[in-house]
Write a new protein. Structure first.
Length: 401
């Protein structure tokens, strides 16, 4: 395989690489940290280097105007630095505390059960992506935000379109005007929708996250209307494709490793550990970007102020310096953790919810069907790079267990 950085990034951006980017990621990790002269990105892919950048106070998350994302960015949590970030994170954090999320467990279990029962009744074969992994997190986050059921399908479409906003520009000019127009349409659609919903909840608060966000903070420091709308869009987008892909990457890894599926089926209490291993072995969030706030030294490399940095989390998660036999899927490994939710100030706000949903989904999947087998030719990946996973994954089974 080539070791030319631009060629490797071009390969990573190529949809043909989506099913298995790990060889390309390995070579990038071995060469990192390194500057790609074509995109101008500094590629960081070793675990220790990624962690150092994520935790460095001299590194900015404000990519707006930096030209490193394929779609223009909004001033949301993900794109802001302290002190704006600290304030928003504190206000939003209230709605994502473990004890608030834990209240949703029975509802999440019921949604998983309902979806799997629907599949089992259909018999024979089913697409786990469209019937389970995608609808589940949309339903959960829509219910949490208080979006009525009849509006869930349009939310799924908008969320799909808007998911391109987190893709970094690995290769110049990769997205066409039509995709950008779809993103804009989705943003406008969400903004109009949430504005009305915010009015309704402000008058008549309920037990949902939106009411919690409206009420968050002291009187003089509430989220403004615009901040609320942008936050709702972010929560929907950040919590939808990522969680669907975590479930799908998990189902796929389990089907490809029947011994591991057997372990989980025999002991569903292993589901939490299985979720951690999927976050490491086949991370839904493959990469994030940063900007060097000032001059920076990473892994012995001097990075100039203002340089865009590409952090390949999925490569760091398989760093042999941290994980023994890193390319092996082993739900009992329990070693050095992972960067699946990033680290530092921007560590995933929804990690508790994502873990809850995926744990319930994987244990329910492992115990729902008799003899589940992957229909190999059905497997198809979404074109997105940063949040990566299948959008079609058929399973055949001999019955329900
Ligand atoms: C941030 C991954 C689910 C909300 C992040 C980041 C990662 C990530 C890697 C850091 C981005 C960066 O540093 O640039 C994931 C994965 C998920 C998941 C893999 C599921 C498997 C969720 C859910 C929600 C959520 C369910 C909420 C409903 C957020 C928010 C941020 C974030 C709001 C921004 C936090 C900040 O910038 O302070 N997520 N996420 N995520 N995530 Fe998640």
């Amino acid at each position: 395989m080539t070791t030319d950085i631009s060629a490797l990034l071009t390969r990573l951006a190529d949809p043909a690489t989506r099913p298995d980017p790990y060889d390309t990621l390995r070579v990038l990790r071995e060469r990192s940290p390194v500057l790609d002269p074509v995109s101008g990105l500094v590629v960081v892919a070793r675990r220790a280097d990624c962690e150092a950048v994520l935790r460095s106070p001299g590194v900015s998350s404000d990519r707006r105007g930096a030209g490193i994302t394929v779609v223009p960015q909004q001033p949301n949590l993900i794109n802001l630095d302290a002190p704006d970030h600290t304030r928003l994170r504190r206000l939003a954090g209230r709605a994502f505390k473990p004890r608030v999320i834990e209240r949703w467990r029975p509802r999440v279990e019921a949604i998983a059960r309902e979806l799997l029962t629907g599949i089992a009744e259909g018999g024979g074969t089913a697409d786990i992506a469209s019937r389970f992994a995608y609808p589940m997190p949309v339903r959960v986050i829509c219910e949490m935000l208080g979006v009525p059921r009849r509006d869930h399908p349009v939310f799924e479409r908008w969320a799909h379109a808007i998911a391109y906003t987190v893709d970094p520009r690995l290769v110049p000019g990769r997205l066409d005007a039509e995709t950008i127009a779809d993103v804009e349409e989705a943003r406008e659609g969400f903004a109009g929708y949430f504005s009305e919903l915010i009015d309704a909840r402000a008058k008549d608060p309920r037990e949902d996250i939106l009411s919690e966000l409206i009420a968050a903070g002291e009187d003089e420091d509430r989220l403004t209307r615009t901040e609320l709308v942008i936050m709702c869009i972010l929560l929907l987008v950040a919590g939808h494709e990522t969680t669907a892909n975590l479930i799908l990457n998990g189902v796929l890894a389990l089907l490809r490793h029947p011994d591991q599926l057997g372990l989980l089926r025999d002991d569903p209490a292993l589901a939490g550990a299985a979720v951690e291993e999927v976050l490491r072995y086949d991370a839904p969030a493959q990469m994030v970007t940063r900007i060097a706030g000032g001059p920076l030294t990473v892994g012995g490399m001097e990075i100039a102020a203002g340089s865009p940095i590409l952090l390949l989390l999925a490569a760091a998660n398989r760093d042999p310096d941290v994980h023994e036999a890193p390319d092996v899927f082993d739900i009992t490994r329990g070693d050095g953790g992972h960067l699946g939710f990033a680290a530092g100030a921007h560590f995933c706000l929804g990690s508790v919810l994502a873990r809850l949903e995926a744990t319930i989904a994987l244990s329910a999947f492992a115990t729902a069907f008799a003899d589940p087998v992957l229909v190999r030719e059905s497997l198809r990946y979404r074109p997105h790079i940063a949040v990566r996973g299948p959008d079609r994954l058929q399973v055949s089974f001999s019955g329900i267990s």
